[in-house]
Ligand binder design. Structure first.
Ligand SMILES: Cc1ncc(COP(=O)(O)O)c(C=O)c1O
Length: 394
């Protein structure tokens, strides 16, 4: 059997994969098993922060793998402590819990919020408000947190205690909070899976204000927006406030599984021994990868992200078949006449890998994608969107 046949036979059919077998890559370019070259604008869904097998990252990870590949959380190790220190020093958060994925980072955020509220306000105060059109993960609890019904079907009963509010609906938010049994409001600042939709700053300011007034925790899901993606280390910095908790994963370790939940002043000591844990969380190799990525995420890189964002917006502005470019930094959603999924399939054939979100095309390129490679891919997107737009019209 070839790879596709083997995969279809033995791997659970949860993914509708593109018909391509990727073999090796470098930076923003990847090759399939037949040697066909692709420009990658998806980075494994915002994971390969500096592209495929970035040399500095490979060296950091290989060195750690050769020295101490894994140990349990029963012992201390340098990469874990240093990474937590670096995350706290770069953000102002006070403590970090490490896990393996975005969903787990959110699970930890939810547990921390519930524990804080139970300690301070009693066991009835367990509700978490999330937003409609959000996405927070695939576990039963993070599915419950996800404000999209299509994800809830088939898996009920989900974890109880989640209330959903439309982005921008201040009245509904205030009503829920006034009932006094809300532990936290949890949201993505740019809804990724929901179509790359940044929240309005005024609405975010309102959430923060009403939460502060009622001792309700502000939790930002920075799984996709984090680690430089939106032109700041974390997206809340673009909005100018300090959350009580953030969760992050994806690009943090630059291609290895690592989740982190960052705890602010109010919640830094909410957990005691045994309240939470993870076998693989803070794995030394993953932490070494993250230390390498994080130590490079500076103002220079963020400026580069914003510059590339402008390049994308300028190049695609007024292009035929493209009616809008949305998002923040290198988290871009593109409204296309022919529909994102159809365009993504056509682009694959032309050697450009992209993602979709709802009916939009979604771009999450490496933060350091060379500008000439980005431009080459954008020209292909432009011509393909125009061609498909013509076909639609016929
Ligand atoms: C905002 C957000 N939260 C959580 C998740 C879940 O992350 P993971 O797939 O690593 O569990 C995702 C994944 O796409 C995400 O975009």
């Amino acid at each position: 059997m070839n790879t596709v046949e083997k995969d279809k036979t033995y791997v659970a059919s949860t993914y509708n994969r593109f018909p391509v077998v990727l073999k090796e890559g470098s930076g923003s370019v990847v090759y399939d098993e037949n040697g066909k070259k692709y420009i990658d604008l998806g980075t494994g869904i915002a994971v390969n922060t500096f592209g495929y097998s970035d040399k500095i990252w490979v060296e950091a990870v290989s060195k750690q793998a050769a020295a101490l590949n894994h140990t349990s959380n029963l012992y201390y190790h340098g990469p874990c402590a240093s990474l937590a220190e670096m995350l706290c020093e770069k953000t102002g958060f006070k403590k970090v819990f490490f896990s393996n994925s975005g969903a787990e980072a959110n699970e930890c955020a939810i547990k921390a919020a519930r524990k804080y509220a139970e300690d301070k306000k009693g066991s009835d105060c367990y509700n978490i408000i999330t937003l409609e059109n959000s996405f927070h993960g695939r576990t039963i609890t993070t599915l419950a947190a996800t404000g999209q019904e299509k994800f809830h079907k088939l898996f009920t009963p989900l974890t109880e205690g989640f209330l959903y509010v439309k982005p921008g609906d201040r009245e509904a938010l205030a009503n829920y909070i006034s009932k006094g049994n809300v532990a936290a409001v949890m949201f993505e600042l740019v809804q990724g899976e929901g179509g790359v939709m940044p929240l309005e700053k005024d609405f975010v300011d309102f959430i923060v204000k009403i939460c502060r007034e009622n001792d309700v925790l502000v939790v930002c899901d920075e799984v996709q927006t984090g680690n430089g993606r939106t032109g700041a280390l974390y997206c809340y910095q673009n909005y100018g406030f300090m959350p009580d908790i953030i969760s992050t994963a994806k690009g943090l370790a630059g291609g290895l599984p690592l989740g982190a939940t960052l705890l602010g002043d109010k919640v830094k000591d909410v957990f005691s021994f045994g309240d939470h844990g993870s076998t693989f969380g803070a794995n030394p190799v993953c932490c070494a990868g993250a230390l390498s990525v994080l130590s490079r995420l500076d103002e220079n890189v963020f400026e580069g992200v914003r510059k590339r964002e402008n390049l994308i917006r300028d190049t695609l502005k007024d292009a035929k078949g493209i009616s809008g470019v949305y998002g923040m930094g290198l988290m871009i959603g593109i409204e296309v006449a022919c529909g994102g999924p159809k365009l993504a399939g056509a682009l694959l054939e032309k050697g450009v890998l992209v993602l979709t979100a709802k009916n939009r095309l979604r771009l999450l390129p490496a933060l350091n994608i060379p500008e000439d490679i980005l431009l080459e891919a954008l020209e292909i997107i432009k011509t393909t969107a125009a061609e498909l737009c013509d076909t639609e019209a016929i």
